[in-house]
Design a protein around this ligand. Structure first.
Ligand SMILES: O=C(O)c1ccccc1N[C@@H]1O[C@H](COP(=O)(O)O)[C@@H](O)[C@H]1O
Length: 245
């Protein structure tokens, strides 16, 4: 991410059909061993969580965080930083010091923050937190709103209330499918998240049509602690789901 002066030239927002940043992301790395488990399983992205109240939170200045991040880079994994209502200066500092590939905004950030990050060379994945249960396509479009035109990729997650995410709640996959079918070509740019696990992810993919998935709690035992076997099972289950598409 380059640092442009605040008054530098702006790139006008365009309506873009972005590709998903990754096929399978395992979010909430807490150790180098977690990263190795992700790489061994064959996923292509890891999430580093910088949201303080989360059980998966990392201190961006801790040696261990740099070791986790270096392990991910050496393994060729896409490194995604997860932020919740952080300000521009914090995000930029963390992204630059760890050389993160993507910025996941999972809170109530304004679209102007994403636009500024993109203007400074960042790549942004926006979490759209949707109500659980049946959804009309127009409801999803309304929730996406202006993010659609801001040059971000989209991650669809179930609303987790005050915790913002990572709680294992699922979306209504048929509603997502309905929305994605109507959206057509631009459906390629979204990621399915929320309550996925090795048992349900093949069905989630088959029903929703997702080509990109993200999981945090579904590959843990106990909560907050990644389980290498569950990660392996999750990636294998995604492959099974993809075959059924
Ligand atoms: O993982 C967290 O603790 C977290 C905290 C705050 C916002 C987002 C968080 N994680 C993201 O939530 C979704 C779904 O997680 P889960 O699979 O249902 O546990 C996922 O995108 C994580 O990146």
């Amino acid at each position: 991410m380059t640092t442009l002066p605040p008054s530098g030239p702006t790139t006008p927002p365009t309506t873009r059909s972005l590709r998903s940043p990754f096929a399978i992301k395992i979010c909430g790395m807490r150790s180098v061993q977690d990263v190795w488990a992700v790489a061994d399983a064959g996923a292509d992205a890891v999430g580093l969580n910088f949201y303080g109240p989360s059980v998966r939170s990392l201190n961006p200045d801790a040696d261990e965080t740099f070791q986790i991040n270096d392990a991910a880079r050496q393994a060729g994994l896409i490194q995604v930083g997860l932020f919740v209502n952080h300000d521009l200066a914090f995000i930029q500092r963390v992204v630059e010091s760890l050389q993160l590939d993507w910025i996941q905004l999972h809170g109530d950030e304004p679209v102007t923050l994403a636009e500024e990050l993109i203007r400074r060379g960042g790549r942004v994945l926006r979490a759209i937190r949707l109500p659980r249960g049946n959804l009309e396509p127009g409801q999803i479009d309304a929730a996406i709103g202006q993010w659609n035109d801001a040059g971000v990729s989209l991650l669809l997650d179930a609303d987790a209330g005050a915790s913002f995410g990572g709680g294992g709640q699922s979306l209504d996959w048929p509603s997502i499918r309905d929305w994605a079918d109507r959206r057509g070509e631009s459906a390629a740019g979204w990621v399915l998240a929320g309550g996925l696990n090795p048992e349900n992810v093949p069905e989630a993919i088959r029903i929703s049509g997702a080509t990109s998935v993200d999981v945090a709690s579904g590959v843990e035992q106990p909560k907050g602690q990644k389980n290498a076997e569950k990660i392996r099972q999750f990636v294998a289950a995604v492959r099974r789901g993809e075959e059924a598409l």
